[in-house]
Design a protein. Structure first.
Length: 480
């Protein structure tokens, strides 16, 4: 991954506001929260992803002389401000959930502490990185669960949104549960297993399927997966694959077949039957063809004998949901000439009303080790274990619940201190990615199946402590 990124990778209004703050001497301490408003895909959960890439790139997020020259051409920025940007870098602290954490709407995923200008400039860069990778990791986790944690191959390079989209999607898909990728550069750069079979063009380049399969098997005896549907899946396709496969079996190798069109349910059953009748019991069946989690779940439910799944378009683009709804909102500020101020956005739409102040998120657990609820608290609060507490709905109404947690885990941890990593700083990007993948797998097991089902999942509670709820009400009431 190229670790140098221009600080021009931000929305233009961030820079015009930054100059305004600079001119007014308003570069005082602030806290911003990054959170999201709804799950994509009508999901019951989301996967937090992209933060480790963001942290890696943040250390080199700078304005070059060429960048400053470009800003000069706009005629908007003063030379004094451009001189300020010449030495600018992010020097604040960031508290964040661990990448791979299962997350829910309206809870802070990252909490950014810094001066106003630096916190403002990084907004677009942060949202771009975390929103896209969280979307893809969430989609992949749903596919992974639909396959009963089967072998998922990410085949999306050719349908991804450009070079950066493809590379980011490969990383996020691996964290979300994919076993490997067809993206060769992604495999090299990220240390992810690379996977692939053959295309129809290989088969069409030979006089017959049998000759095409024999040639491939001769070159790649340990990795032969024969594509069946170039001409006739249940005719020449499977027959040629069995004949070529038996020659491999005689040499001590196994083989597989791939289905890429047609009625996958019917064809996979018929192909399995023909393979077994021919004594090819260990031959594997792989499928592709615009798969998503709903199709995979249906195939699994109806007993389709499929060993691996190649998922492309729907995995790396988000399919029917174009974006993750992450936002970045000011929650606290400390003017140089006054007291600390808790702030919030108040909206006629309750879903867009934010939670004020500096906050921590706690995950509360049942006696059996499953997660019960997440609670957002004022940062200096503690939630004791084995002691009943009452927690309040974020909309400020009368809904509440009481619970005595068997275990309480804080989710936000300081990960950037004075602009530098302070957690896992000595790990490689690959090691951090592997750690994030493992975290995702472990996290999924903490939640009851009802929160993870594809259709009408149960809504997981995200509530406020009484102290935060009262703070929120006290800021709303003067505006009613």
């Amino acid at each position: 991954m190229d670790k140098n990124i221009s600080a021009l990778f931000t929305d233009f209004y961030e820079l015009t506001m930054a100059q305004g703050f600079w001119k007014r001497g308003m570069d005082s301490p602030v806290v911003f929260d990054m959170f999201f408003r709804r799950h994509p895909f009508d999901s019951g959960f989301s996967v937090f992803c992209g933060s480790e890439d963001f942290f890696t790139l943040l250390e080199n997020f700078r304005f070059s002389e060429d960048d400053l020259n470009f800003l000069r051409t706009t005629g908007i920025f003063e030379e004094g401000f451009l001189s300020y940007l010449r030495d600018w870098k992010f020097s604040g602290d960031i508290y964040a959930m661990a990448e791979g954490t299962i997350v829910f709407p309206n809870e802070p995923l990252l909490r950014i502490h810094g001066n106003l200008i630096e916190a403002q400039i990084i907004e677009g860069f942060l949202l771009n990185t975390v929103n896209f990778q969280s979307l893809i990791a969430t989609k992949t986790a749903r596919v992974y669960l639909a396959s009963k944690k089967g072998r998922i191959m990410e085949f999306g390079l050719r349908r991804a949104q450009g070079y950066n989209g493809a590379m980011s999607a490969t990383r996020a898909a691996f964290i979300g549960g994919a076993a490997g990728t067809s993206n060769t550069l992604g495999g090299k750069s990220l240390g992810i297993p690379v996977m692939g079979t053959i295309a129809h063009s290989w088969i069409m380049s030979f006089p017959s399927e049998r000759e095409a399969f024999d040639a491939y098997a001769e070159i790649y005896p340990q990795n032969s997966i024969f594509l069946l549907d170039t001409y006739n899946t249940l005719g020449s396709g499977i027959q040629s694959a069995i004949e070529a496969g038996k020659k491999l079996m005689e040499k001590g190798y196994n083989f597989g077949v791939r289905l890429d069109s047609g009625d996958i349910q019917y064809l996979s059953c018929e192909v399995r039957r023909k393979l077994d009748e021919a004594g090819c019991f260990d031959a594997k069946i792989s499928v592709s063809n615009d798969l998503d989690e709903e199709i995979i779940a249906s195939l699994i439910e109806h007993g389709a004998p499929i060993d691996s799944w190649g998922v492309g378009t729907h995995m790396v683009t988000g399919g029917n949901d174009a974006a993750f709804t992450g936002v970045y909102k000011l929650a606290w500020r400390h003017p140089t000439d006054g007291d600390e101020i808790n702030v919030m956005k108040i909206s006629d739409n309750p879903a867009k009303t934010t939670n004020p102040g500096i906050k921590q998120v706690y995950r509360l657990f049942n006696e059996d080790g499953t997660a019960k609820a997440d609670v957002i608290a004022v940062v200096d609060e503690e939630i004791p274990t084995n002691e009943e507490g009452t927690f309040f709905h974020p909309d400020g109404g009368y809904r509440q619940f009481s619970f005595s947690p068997a275990k309480v885990v804080p989710l936000l941890e300081k990960r950037i201190e004075k602009g530098k990593r302070c957690v896992d700083a000595n790990l490689s990007d690959h090691e951090r990615m592997i750690k994030s993948r493992k975290n995702m797998e472990e996290q999924l097991d903490l939640f009851h199946q009802s929160f993870k089902r594809l259709l009408n999942p149960h809504v997981y509670k995200v509530s406020l402590t009484e102290k935060l709820s009262e703070l929120k009400k006290s800021l709303i009431l003067p505006h009613l």
